[in-house]
Design a protein around this ligand. Sequence first.
Ligand SMILES: [Zn+2]
Ligand SMILES: [Zn+2]
Ligand SMILES: [Zn+2]
Length: 144
Amino acid sequence: MDAIAFKDKLKRYGYKLTTQRRAVLDVLIQRPGEHLSTEEIYSYVKESFPEIGLATVYRTMQLFEEIGIVNRLNFDDGCSRFELYVDNEDHHHHHLICEKCNKVFEVENDLLEEIEKEIGEKYKFYVKNHKVTFYGHCQECNEH
Ligand SMILES: [Zn+2]
Ligand SMILES: [Zn+2]
Ligand SMILES: [Zn+2]
């Protein structure tokens, strides 16, 4: 997933890839799997774009969410976190949250095909996606 695909998406919805939007996008592209909060994105963007304001980053994230460039994630840590939404990724990956160190890990495989099939048969409901978060202790915390 490169910047061109996101640019196309913005264009499709009638938005331009402004320098500021580009700067925010670059931070997300350069930091995959980090699940950044708006404040964290802001602090990275500021490094290359010192004149940008937090409100602009907020609005940009809202826009990116609306048109499906990012997923908004809530890990119960009091802020929204974001990651790039990948179009060709059928179902969203799962997250593992360590309750001791608060690190977030990703499970790449869906592993829920059985359940989805059963839901389809039993409830005649077609599952398009889901958000799954597991809570527990990571390997590192377990060993200490
Ligand atoms: Zn993730
Ligand atoms: Zn699935
Ligand atoms: Zn841990």
